[in-house]
Design a protein around this ligand. Sequence first.
Ligand code: KG4
Ligand code: ZN
Length: 381
Amino acid sequence: MAGVYILGIESSCDETAASVVYAGERVVSNVVFSQIAAHQPYGGVVPELASREHLKAIVPVVRKALADAGQTYQSIDALAVTQGPGLAGALLVGIGYAKALAFALDKPLIAVNHLEGHIHAVLLEERQKNNRGMNFPVLALVVSGGHTHLYLAEERDQQWSYRNIGHTRDDAAGEAFDKVAKLLGLGYPGGPIIDNLSTHGDPAAVKFPPSQIKHRDRKDRSSKDGDEPRFDFSYSGIKTSVLRYVETHDMQASIDDRRKALAGVEKPKLEDYLLHCDKQTLNLVASFQRALIGDLTTKTLAAARACNAATLFVTGGVAANNELRQRFEQDAAMEGLPVYFPSRPLSTDNAAMIAAAAYPKFLTGDFAAMDFSAEAGMVLQ
Ligand code: KG4
Ligand code: ZN
């Protein structure tokens, strides 16, 4: 079907975003209002604060997305909104607003799983580059602040289905980046800071023990008899190892000094961080990143081999990481496996991915009933 403009709305965590996407394949506008400044003093996302910030931002963000696209409320064909997973209060702001708009405009509303959105960010941009020949099955690693999930994705007649074959048992990869940055007095969000600092340290300086998963996941009900191979992750151990290193190397006083010094800088730049980081800290940060990425790539490629994946997607906020991209490109090339990432702006949370994931649902008439609500723990299947 030609000429379908979908307005996507995303409010699952700390970004208020709206976007207009044409036919699931062209980003016409993409507005992201980041709440980082509001949460920074607390070193992480404060759910109450997130809901309040979404309330303030949602109307101007949607208006700007429509204006940037040269569209109006009346001219769009459908609305799409993130149903979950995410912070319940934050999700409700987007859902409430999208429902009201859809009702007032008498337009169809499509509920989208945020994780499906991250996967469709890759498809959207590949279509935009005119790459329409994806081979299936696709193995998608969704790696963000809240998730480290592996899905096998299939498509039949615009119906997408997903099978989870691995997830983190504790901290997500992005969460580990954020917690390590916080404990080292580097601020929030930790991923981009550690990404930039890592090139200034020696990644072989500190050795971390490999993460070990000994038990079956008791919460996992995806296979009844438990004989399907799983490719789970665990990142709370490496965070604890960083903490132990800090304790045994008496780094706390210099961390406190750094935290105080950086708190006085309004928007710290790389030079500011470097000014307040000694060699030992830079080495620790680089070694942490190398170890985490090594684990992510090794496990993901093992899963790809076991599942005979024909294509690999790596998406979500952590997919913006430079070393992660290089490592995946290198290792997947050695196995002859094509790997795709979203561009950096579409790796982190955005609404273009929500509008893109909604397009096949629009084509199949998979619209949301007006009584649907937020699902904080929504599962992708
Ligand atoms: O996808 P996203 O925007 O939100 C969630 O769905 O969670 O991901 C945010 C996460 C944060 O943990 C952030 O530290 C991490 O992505 N992140 C990065 C980078 N940019 C963002 N992690 C590593 N390297 C980066 N360059
Ligand atoms: Zn996300």
